[in-house]
Design a protein around this ligand. Structure first.
Ligand code: IFM
Length: 743
């Protein structure tokens, strides 16, 4: 491989490796699980956390494959399944196992080998994770060991690993072993059964199926070694192990390659056979070429998805990091899966899909990789039967999307939280009452259509989503007090559950129904076949359209005329006011500090709620005076207990000209994963924070929007120290590049 190949020219500017790399230097065992998440590699089919090839105590070794959910017996809900571990690639130097020995261990057992140097680097420009260590064996021999790995973006079924060993001092005997580890679980929950291992002279393989959902998986690996490679069966662990043993002369180096392939029954009927076949081809192509193909593919994605910021290296790196994680989790060739709240990088939220996808992760894809955005929207289209089922089961018409969604499209939000220290459990109401998700999905469909002009998608698929969820709302609203109301809702602020007339929900429903009415006219004018099909299948009678129009006119939107502010929900201001700033500085949410019971009786808000409404609907929400009043009311009450909050505040603050706050909120959002400022990055990347960060820059600081003619324009207000921001968006099939400078 040409190790400097990432120094290619992009947009006529040299790539600055420093601003493309996430580094760990030296080894930080205390941040093991955090860094494992950051260093995830993936290709939109699967992703693998940055756990070490040789393992480390307390690691969370995880590979998640899109769509492979399983509901294990004794568990509350289905979850994305941890796939067999393809990483094991172990080295013994004169009999000493290479592993990262921490300082305490070394003083206890100096003969266990010593770690003399360490650096780990994720090159986001080419999706390559590289780990380098200088290691002294018990014998005194010193070796430099370099591991590289990638999940091919060119062929999503291929995973590549390379191991370079240099004999820096001595001529050690080296023993390299490689295998597939099948005894994997999700935090102890077993999802695989019927596990069969096998081998030929040059490859090992494994097949397994999930215990409940019956997905089958086939995985195969080969070790391409310079010397002889033998395969022996480790009977204790019931797995075939590939081994290469040789003497490495002083100052010489050796390279070994491990290639792995994986298929599931979601892809092909015989995953094992296909994985073996693919592996044979991959071995013929060889590591170098596979890596080159992978890199070329990354270059294409970055051409369209990179934002360049001059004058703020941290902002630059954070944005690339955010986009990298979105790109590795966005399915390329599958429109029947979607991105979970924690992407594919950890067990958090069990791989479930929330509104995070449509309102946070999708916009950067809609504007820079529309074909990937379309895949994600198709996932929702395919899940309409589940949404219809949920509506019916709750006594409504139309389609009511689940708050948490998996492969089936049924509601998969657990009803109860994990046990508290006192053994009690908290009821989780979001699956029952966080109903705005249906409108969030409709919002994303229209955003996609407005930016892409993909009329075919709208007519064939998107319209059905928008209209059948509108049918749901028509049946969901209540007529009370001479107006329409919606009771028992959870808005974005999840601290206040089951409230009547959440202003976010009610106002978004009005917006949704307005769009639905216009869409019916658009269908009639542009595609009569689809119009007739949908009128017939969704029963879009004149009476239904009249009802929608009536709801639009007569929906209750809680508003305080005297103060000219929206009211988050009636009764909100009757609760105790606690300025969140009183709890500064803090490392936990105010909710965690006050406790669940107390905080729900206060005005502390979890995340952007009215402010979210302002971000989504802009000036449609109200005059600029109302926007400012809303901000002044709700910002001091917001805890940012959710990672979804700071980026939206940055976006809205930028529009309101609150430059310092906008920057502070942007920086807060940027640190969520990189600095683990919520302390839970071990559970996975906060996908919504990543997408929100992009939106804070493009929609917030750069002020990009579609004007009344539907043309993209910017009204920018970038931070003072940013010398320029350059980004590209795809508008109706054309690439448009914007460069914003302070003037
Ligand atoms: O969807 C979010 C929600 O808004 C806040 N709690 C976490 C969920 C998943 O990220």
């Amino acid at each position: 491989m040409n190790r400097l190949s990432y120094l290619i020219l992009m947009k006529n500017k040299p790539v600055q490796p420093r601003l493309w790399n996430i580094e760990e230097f030296p080894f930080h065992p205390e941040k093991l699980n955090h860094i494992e998440t950051l260093m995830t590699v993936g290709n939109g089919y699967l992703a693998t956390r940055g756990s070490f090839e040789e393992g480390y105590e307390g690691d969370i070794v995880t590979t998640l494959i899109h769509g492979i959910f399983n509901h294990a017996s004794g568990t509350a809900v289905p979850e994305l399944v941890n796939a067999p571990n393809w990483l094991p690639f172990e080295v013994h130097i004169d009999g000493t196992p290479f592993r990262l020995v921490n300082q305490n261990e070394m003083s206890l057992n100096p003969r266990g080998g010593a770690l003399l140097g360490y650096r780990q680097q994720l090159n986001m420009h080419i999706g390559l994770l590289r780990r380098e260590a200088l290691f002294r064996a018990e014998s005194g021999s010193i070796v430099r060991i370099v591991f590289e790995r990638f999940a091919s973006l060119h062929d999503e079924h291929i995973l590549g690993q390379r191991l370079d060993i240099v004999a820096v001092d001595g001529s050690p005997k080296i023993e390299v072993t490689a295998y597939i580890e099948h005894t994997v679980t999700n935090n102890g929950v077993i999802h695989w059964t019927d596990i069969k291992t096998g081998h030929t002279t040059n490859q090992v393989s494994l097949s397994a199926k999930t215990t409940q959902s019956d997905y089958r998986l086939g995985m195969s690996s080969t070790l391409l070694a310079t010397g002889d490679m033998t395969i022996t069966v480790d009977r204790g662990n019931q797995r075939p192990v590939m081994k290469s043993v040789f003497v490495l002369p002083h100052q010489e180096s050796v390279t070994l390659v491990k290639l792995t392939t994986v298929y599931t029954s979601r892809d092909v009927t015989n995953p094992l056979k296909e994985s073996i076949h693919k592996l044979e081809n991959a071995a013929i192509i060889g590591y170098e070429k596979l890596l080159n193909q992978h890199q070329s593919e990354w270059h294409k994605y970055w051409q369209d998805s990179d934002i360049q910021i001059e004058g703020d290296e941290i902002a630059q790196l954070s944005l690339r990091f955010a986009m990298y994680h979105i790109l590795i989790s966005a399915p390329r060739h599958d429109n029947d899966v979607s991105i979970g709240a924690k992407t594919l990088s950890g067990f958090g939220y069990k791989g479930h899909v929330f509104w995070d996808t449509e309102l946070f992760i999708l916009p950067p894809l809609i504007l820079t990789q529309p074909e990937l955005a379309r895949n994600l929207l198709m996932y929702r289209y395919h899940r309409l039967p589940g949404a219809r089922h949920k509506a019916k089961a709750n006594g409504y018409e139309g389609a009511m999307y689940p708050w948490e969604s998996t492969d089936t499209g049924e509601e998969t939000t657990p009803q109860w939280g994990d046990p508290q220290p006192d053994g009690s459990r908290i009821r989780i109401w979001t699956g029952d009452n966080e109903q705005h998700i249906s409108t969030d999905i409709a919002y994303a469909v229209l955003q996609y259509w407005r930016w892409t002009g993909d009329d075919t998608f709208l007519a064939r698929y998107g319209a059905e989503i928008i209209l059948d969820t509108a049918v749901f709302w028509g049946s969901r609203v209540e007529t009370k007090n001479g107006r329409y109301e919606i009771s028992r809702q959870i808005g974005p602020d999840e601290y206040h559950e089951n409230v009547d007339n959440s202003v976010f929900t009610n106002r978004m429903v009005v917006w949704h129904l307005e769009q639905a009415v216009s869409l019916v006219h658009w269908l009639k004018a542009n595609t009569l076949v689809d119009y007739n099909r949908l009128v017939e299948s969704l029963n879009l009678t004149q009476a239904r359209l009249e009802l929608w129009n009536d709801i639009i006119k007569n929906m209750f939107i809680p508003f305080d005329d005297a103060q000219q502010i929206h009211i988050q929900f009636p009764g909100f201001f009757d609760m105790e006011y606690i300025p969140v700033s009183h709890y500064y500085p803090r490392t936990a949410s105010v909710q965690a500090i006050l406790g669940h019971q107390r905080s729900i009786q206060t005005q502390v808000i979890k995340q952007a709620d009215v402010v979210m409404l302002m971000a989504l609907l802009g000036e449609e929400v109200g005059a600029s005076e109302v926007m400012v009043n809303n901000w002044n009311t709700y910002f001091p009450r917001t805890d940012h207990g959710s990672s979804l909050s700071p980026s939206i505040h940055a976006w809205v603050a930028a529009h309101l000209g609150l430059d310092d706050i906008a920057l502070e909120q942007f920086e807060h959002a940027a640190e969520i994963d990189l600095r683990n400022n919520k302390g839970n990055v071990q559970d996975g990347i906060h996908g919504a924070a990543s997408g929100g960060l992009w939106q804070a820059v493009v929609f917030g600081f750069c002020g990009l929007y579609l004007d009344e003619k539907g043309e993209p324009v910017v009204e920018a207000r970038i931070p003072d120290h940013w010398k320029s921001v350059t980004f590209t968006v795809c508008y109706r099939g054309e690439r448009r590049q914007f460069t914003i400078t302070p003037n």
